[in-house]
Design a protein around this ligand. Structure first.
Ligand code: NOJ
Length: 772
């Protein structure tokens, strides 16, 4: 849907209308070919690649498809030091094409020297790293950034990350993570943009644009990688790495759109995933990799496996041994092997024995070399490893200012009985809770090279914001974690120590207002951090009750990487603020909102359940044959909890209020070449200036396959002064109504539609139209 007066250009799947439709036939809307990655292909480069391929031995070709992690920063099961030694020898021999986790201008320069000064053909290495929400300057976790509904801000954050990472010798980030997640038990929900394919597509494209800029060869851009292809977020029961079994319908209509958006935005690479779908590990899936991505979408970059995922096909029970796994992955279109050592160990022999056609290897190498050429690595393999630039470009005041802006845009006000915003002149304020002075958790789990304990804590932010006369009291109250806290460590989150309670209660009693910072430790979410219980862990519930008994004026500041079941907290407190993990400038950004320097406008990118048993929970569900509510019990519901979420997708309050008129349609009917304008008048009916995210949803009432009860199709961010009203117009074309139909095509089906407009997915005004 295109917006008329907004800053956001809302394009859905970049679908071009094809054949004109007859009266009742579907309106064909083929998905466009990947426009962006076409830029990787140009005749001059292809010729250079031909020349290189002609000189390469089979072993050197396989080497280009081989990626190892450096020992410095391990983000997966680590092989022993012996393997490292071999790795360095192999780089010299031209048997390694890429390294991940080599960081810093110095280290990348040294590793590059091994390849370029020793190997026969001097082909440079490409260095990859998980730059997910910042490199040194850390931005909000992606789920938090998605709550800004601000693609421009998200693009800027990826741009800053690319500027810092590229100066430290990184050529390639393993981001954006574009997995749709409907289950908050899944620890990696924090890494994506939530539950919606449309919002997810906007965020995916914005991040790709931010990382890659306009030109991959520019010094401050890095190649993006859309991951995890595909459906990794649909792991059964939210358990990481678990089995996925979804239909082609869900795959095409829900899972793939953000990947398609990333491809269209020009993502140079894709990463496959650990999961299987319907019995086929994605790493071995020709359907996903060859048919859809490289075939239908015309993707010209390369696909890297996830860490060891080629080897894991053996444990999936899909490959008899590593050699077979290598054969299956290569045949299915996985181009580069991250840390499984399956290609380097077996691919040459497989080619020699005729089990793998060398043409497949050549094609994979061509794709890898294309990206290396596009990055300018053949012109100067050291161009990114620039110690002076690294120093100058990193953690600059401008980068930190961008991080603060992104952070405050990501905050979602969930409840406010009028206690917020706080007065900076307040006599005394108690900042309480295990996360109140935590300088580490706000960095999130995938914190790039962000230094431990380097975030501005809430306590620091509050102290910097209040008047000199304000007394700021602090009590930790309880701890969240015992034992080690890092990427690989199995930390313990169920602490029982209540010895900090008395001091917390005393501080609460002595203060005019309490800020209670509770939620999750950063390492409670992320890879391998799924949870069966998404409530407040440890003694946090008890702490909360003790504090609110001492002082009713409690503002709960949530820090967390997933929706939590916090209904009891929401009910008891006058104000509740969702702050996710906001990155380096966390405390300042939260204070900006709490004290009214910034009027919050964030909206939830994922539904908050009432109970964990409601999961998976998402607004764009199907109707079922018994949607209810009906008298009696024979309709689709729970007998112990409502079907509704605690907070719906798209929800978020402001310090002002917005009212919506009934939507007006420019026409009640459109045809294949037509378009329809939906206009709604939004009024700031409160006392403060504020920004609202105006959301547009549609429902296709009857389809050749059933359609969701609502689907986001557009949004616009508008700023209104108190009393000001503005008409917001969305344009709907048949292309926006297209989906993957029973005929296995992207097309819009004629019939009746509803359209909804509102400030969240629940509270909407509706109208109807027909597609002829
Ligand atoms: C495994 C993760 O699934 C993936 O997202 C990440 O990019 C790689 N490890 C490399 O760290």
């Amino acid at each position: 849907m295109r917006s008329v007066n907004s800053v956001i250009v809302v394009a859905s799947l970049v679908i071009c209308l094809g054949v004109a439709a007859t009266a009742q036939s579907p309106i064909s809307a083929p998905q466009s070919r990947d426009a962006g990655a076409q830029a990787l292909v140009n005749p001059a480069t292809e010729k250079k690649i031909d020349a290189l391929l002609a000189q390469m031995t089979l072993e050197e070709k396989v080497g280009q498809l081989n990626q190892y992690s450096s020992p410095f920063d391990v983000t997966g099961p680590a092989p022993g030091q012996g393997a490292r030694k071999i790795a360095y020898e192999q780089i010299r021999a031209g048997l390694v094409g890429s390294m991940l986790n080599v960081n810093g201008a110095e280290a990348t320069r040294k590793a590059q020297q091994l390849a370029v000064e020793n190997s026969r053909l001097r082909i440079p290495l490409i260095f990859g790293h998980d730059v997910i929400h910042g490199y040194k300057t850390i931005f909000p976790i992606p789920l938090g950034e998605a709550a800004s509904w601000d693609p421009a801000a998200v693009e800027r954050s990826a741009r800053v990350a690319a500027t810092e990472a590229s100066a430290a010798g990184i050529h390639w980030t393993f981001g954006p993570m574009v997995d749709i997640a409907r289950d908050a038990r899944w620890g990696r929900i924090m890494e994506g943009s939530g539950e919606d394919p449309f919002l997810g597509s906007q965020m995916a494209a914005a991040r790709v644009r931010g990382f890659q800029g306009k030109d991959l060869a520019a010094l401050d851009t890095i190649a993006a990688c859309a991951k995890h292809y595909a459906a990794y977020g649909f792991a059964e029961a939210g358990r990481d790495y678990n089995t996925v079994d979804i239909s082609e319908n869900t795959l095409r209509n829900v899972v793939l759109p953000p990947f398609k958006a990333a491809a269209d935005a020009g993502a140079a690479t894709f990463m496959n995933s650990f999961n299987e779908i319907g019995g086929i590990p994605t790493t071995g899936s020709s359907h996903l990799q060859r048919d859809i991505l490289k075939g239908e979408w015309g993707f010209k970059g390369f696909i890297v496996s996830d860490w060891g995922s080629i080897g894991e096909m053996v444990r999936h029970g899909y490959s008899a041994d590593m050699a077979e796994a290598a054969r299956q992955a290569m045949t299915a279109g996985s181009d580069m092997d991250m840390e499984a050592r399956a290609y380097i160990g077996h691919l040459a022999a497989l080619v020699k024995s005729g089990k793998v056609d060398v043409k497949l290897v050549d094609e994979a190498v061509r794709r890898v070399l294309r990206v290396k050429f596009a990055l300018g690595l053949f012109d100067d393999p050291y161009r990114y490893s620039d110690a002076a630039r690294e120093k100058a470009a990193t953690l600059t005041p401008a980068n930190l200012a961008a991080a603060r802006d992104a952070a405050r845009k990501s905050i979602v006000l969930l409840k406010n009985d009028g206690v917020l915003p706080l007065d900076k002149q307040v006599r005394s304020i108690a900042v309480i809770g295990p996360l109140a002075d935590d300088k580490d958790s706000p960095l999130g789990n995938w914190r790039g090279q962000g230094a431990a304990n380097s975030a501005v804590s809430l306590l620091e932010g509050v102290k910097a914001a209040v008047s000199p006369g304000t007394k700021v009291l602090y009590a930790e109250g309880a701890k969240l974690v015992t034992g080690p806290r890092n990427f690989g460590a199995p930390s313990v989150f169920n602490t029982t120590d209540r010895s900090g309670f008395p001091a917390a209660v005393e501080a609460a009693r002595a203060a005019d207002v309490v800020l209670l910072a509770i939620g999750e430790d950063a390492f409670q979410t992320g890879e391998g951090r799924s949870q069966a219980d998404i409530g407040l862990k440890g003694p946090q519930d008890e702490l909360f009750r003790a504090v609110i008994e001492a002082n009713k004026k409690v503002v709960v500041v949530l820090m967390n990487g997933r929706p939590l079941t916090i209904g009891h907290v929401a009910e008891a407190v006058p104000a509740l603020v969702e702050t996710w993990f906001l990155g380096s400038e966390s405390g300042h950004a939260i204070a900006d909102v709490l004290f009214g320097d910034y009027n919050p406008s964030g909206k939830l990118p994922a539904s908050f359940p009432r109970l964990v048993g409601q999961l998976p929970l998402y607004y764009n569900h199907k109707s079922t044959g018994r949607p209810g509510p009906e008298p009696g019990v024979t309709w689709s519901h729970y007998t112990d909890v409502s079907n509704d979420p605690l907070y719906p997708f798209g929800f978020g309050l402001s310090y002002t209020t917005f009212t919506y008129s009934e939507p007006k349609l420019s026409t009640p009917e459109i045809d294949a070449n037509g378009q329809l304008q939906v206009t709604v008048t939004v009024t700031n009916s409160g006392q403060r200036a504020g920004a609202e995210i105006v959301q547009l949803y549609v429902r296709d009432l009857v389809g050749s396959v059933t359609r969701p009860v609502k689907e986001l199709k557009g949004f616009q961010r508008i700023e209104l002064a108190p009393g000001q009203a503005r008409d917001v117009t969305f344009t709907i074309t048949p292309a926006d109504l297209a989906f993957y139909t029973a005929r296995g095509r992207w097309e819009a089906e004629p019939g009746a539609f509803k359209v909804f407009v509102g400030g969240n997915s629940r509270d909407v005004k509706e109208a109807s139209f027909t597609l002829r």
